[in-house]
Design a protein around this ligand. Structure first.
Ligand code: BTN
Length: 338
């Protein structure tokens, strides 16, 4: 650990004032060097108080949000493989593209790329994922699975469960909009509405009809203070929805810890059967009227749940259950987005 990080750790561990003298003795450097390192930490965004005759104190880390390698590293300490090997970039084109490239260079399963901004963020259906540097998270994980290509889309539902679980630890009303958007319940003009706070794009690399790698790309609207007008009706951020700053590193750690648990169950079963009930408990569409936007034959019905492959089960007016498979069609609420 370099000395600046050691100072940070000492301040975090103590929570109290530590004198410049004490810090300089512990690190074996001059007090001027300590002062310079405190300056560096402040530049990174850490709030450090300096009081004559008392020393330095880190102002409460609660509700703070600094996304850097050290914070991510300590938040990911609890994972066993998903994110053990991570790369943090202040800015990149697309983290999905980065992971694909690393996969081609032989990176191991669990390699995670996290960025603070993307210049070419990709969304589903060829759309752009708006990726400003405004307190959000853009991240992608590499999987090297040994299951069949038709099982890969199910991983997206597993990832949605992990994002939803990670976000729920922040204390809000989070749900999944089938198949893999995570939404937050907010009050708007006195009425409940659900707005998207996370999107997931899973991409596959195939070779000779076999899966080489799967990349799970997750975009999280976290501390974004303003939502683009074109998406404001259906999207929000945790900051706007919960009314406070969220620590992104902690959120990232919570998501990948949950992912490891759910993914293990999925991998053993090779389908979503063991996760089905928990997925359905978080499914915002459940019991709601939906419109299935099937280009061949759009229809309406009531969403009942999912089957073990992740298809949405929609009950039509004649009481028949139709399975709608993810990737082929999208689903909207009768009255709007949900
Ligand atoms: C969606 O359209 O809902 C999916 C959006 C996925 C965006 C994420 S951000 C990190 C990763 N890199 C990308 O280019 N896209 C995904």
């Amino acid at each position: 650990m370099e000395n600046t990080q050691r100072i940070l750790k000492m301040l975090k561990d103590s929570g109290e004032f530590l004198s410049g003298q004490e810090l300089s003795e512990k690190l074996g450097v001059s007090r001027t060097a300590v002062w310079n390192m405190i300056g560096k930490l402040r530049e990174e965004g850490y709030q450090i108080e300096a009081v004559t005759n008392r020393g330095y104190r880190l102002v409460s880390a609660q509700d703070s949000d600094i996304l850097n390698e050290a914070e991510i590293g300590s938040a990911l300490r609890g994972v066993s493989w998903a994110g053990r090997n991570f790369v943090f970039k202040k800015e990149t084109g697309s983290t999905n593209e980065d992971v694909m490239q690393y996969a081609g260079e032989g990176a191991p399963e669990g390699t995670l790329v996290i960025a603070g901004r993307q210049s070419h963020g990709k969304g589903r259906r060829g759309r752009t994922w708006i990726s400003p540097q405004d307190g959000n998270v853009y991240m992608s994980l590499l999987l090297k699975p040994d299951y069949e290509p038709q099982q890969a889309p199910m991983v997206t539902l597993v990832a949605a469960m992990a994002v939803c679980a990670g976000m729920r630890r922040q204390g809000g009303d989070f749900y999944i909009k089938w198949p893999n958007d995570v939404v937050l319940r907010v009050k708007e003009n006195g009425k409940d509405s659900y707005k998207k706070v996370a999107g997931i794009l899973t991409e596959m690399v195939m070779e000779d009809a076999e899966i080489r790698s799967v990349v799970i790309g997750i975009g999280l609207n976290v501390n974004m203070k303003q939502i683009d007008e074109e998406i404001a009706e259906t999207a929000t951020s945790l900051y706007l929805g919960l009314g406070r700053t969220v620590n992104r590193a902690k959120l990232i750690g919570d998501i990948w810890k949950s992912f490891e648990e759910y993914y293990e169950e999925f991998k053993n079963a090779k389908d979503l059967a063991p996760l089905r009930e928990r997925y359905e408990a978080a499914l915002v569409n459940r019991g709601r009227k939906v419109r299935v936007l099937d280009p061949r034959e759009p229809f309406e019905g009531t969403a009942r749940g999912i089957d073990e492959s992740g298809s949405l089960l929609v009950e039509t007016r004649d009481k028949k259950l139709r399975a709608v498979s993810a990737g082929e069609v999208s689903v909207r609420g009768i009255m709007g987005y949900v």
